[in-house]
Design a protein around this ligand. Structure first.
Ligand code: ATP
Ligand code: MG
Length: 279
């Protein structure tokens, strides 16, 4: 039986590079490390989805099959249509032409209000992990892109995960944010009895020419609440190619494998593969 590693990419702060990390780490592990990878989009913003799939194809897929919204129990928008109970029916196989082992579970904007829909449902945090059981073995790694909150969709991702990965920008308010997210995950671990562990913190959007970023990265690592955390040696530099790649619905290692951020994601992939004994 495959020892599938499920990783949730989380952070309560918005715009820190969660989606960029989830998409590009998934793509690197599939393309450069020969892993069978599922990218699961839990964010109603659908950013991970549209980073690897053209909007037209996604709309077509939604009409024909459905998305994470139906997986988590929302009804099909067309009245009378029944949603499948099998997670595999929602997965887009080989979503990128040039990465044959990368699959996608797309998201949908209608999940914005899912907390209200699920509010009265017992066991609502475990819907995804229950459905995942049947197909988990087909993957070596599953990466969950989460919205900037720890509400019910993120809880669904965490319940299915062995690990969580925290991207953070090296600035003061992000340091405050790191403490908050660790505190809240520790609360969720107790209340939902989760065994999820921190895989590490990765610094993102780093501007190499800023002394302030270098100093903050060193300070954060040595701060008492964070001393036991793993910080990845690799950091993701600020690199406009990373923002351009989604316009072509491609991960950076396919869009421009010579870009600085593409090198960084390959190095991060190697660190992650090493920590998880993937290769
Ligand atoms: N290292 C980087 N260099 C340049 N642009 C970046 C970098 N990382 C992310 N971006 C861009 O910044 C924006 C926010 O990044 P991203 O979507 O990855 O953040 P996020 O944490 O997932 O945001 P949200 O909280 O809204 O889900 C995107 O347009 C992305 O392309
Ligand atoms: Mg995002």
């Amino acid at each position: 039986m495959a020892d599938t590693k499920v990783i949730s990419v989380i952070q309560m702060k918005g715009g820190v590079g969660k989606t960029s990390c989830a998409v590009n780490l998934a793509a690197v592990l599939a393309k450069n490390f020969d892993q069978r990878v599922l990218l699961a989009d839990f964010d109603p913003q659908t950013n991970a989805t549209l980073s690897v799939m053209h909007e037209k194809d996604w709309l077509k897929w939604d009409r024909a099959h459905g998305t994470m919204a139906e997986v988590l129990g929302m009804e099909k928008e067309k009245k009378g249509e029944k949603a499948s109970q099998n997670l595999k029916d929602y997965i887009v196989k080989d979503v990128c032409d040039r990465i044959p082992t990368l699959d996608l579970l797309p998201s949908h904007l209608k999940m914005t209000f899912i907390d209200t829909v699920l509010a009265s449902q017992p066991g609502r945090e475990r819907i995804f992990s229950r459905k995942l059981k049947k197909i988990k073995d087909q993957y070596d790694v599953i990466i969950c892109d989460c919205p900037p909150s720890l509400m019910s969709v993120t809880q669904n991702a965490l319940c299915a995960s062995n690990y969580f990965l925290i991207p953070m920008q090296p600035d003061y308010l992000s340091t405050v944010g790191l403490k908050l997210v660790l505190d809240r995950v520790s609360y969720l671990k107790k209340s939902l009895q989760l065994s999820v562990r921190c895989l590490g913190v990765v610094f993102t959007r780093v501007r190499g020419y800023l002394n302030y970023h270098a100093i903050t990265m060193e300070e954060v690592k040595n701060k008492s609440p964070f001393k036991k955390l793993h910080f990845f040696d690799t950091f993701i530099p600020e690199n406009i190619t990373l923002a351009e790649a989604p316009m072509q619905n491609l991960p950076i290692n396919v869009y421009d494998s010579s870009a600085p951020a593409a090198y960084a994601f390959r190095a991060l992939g190697a660190e992650v593969a090493g920590r998880l004994s993937l290769v």
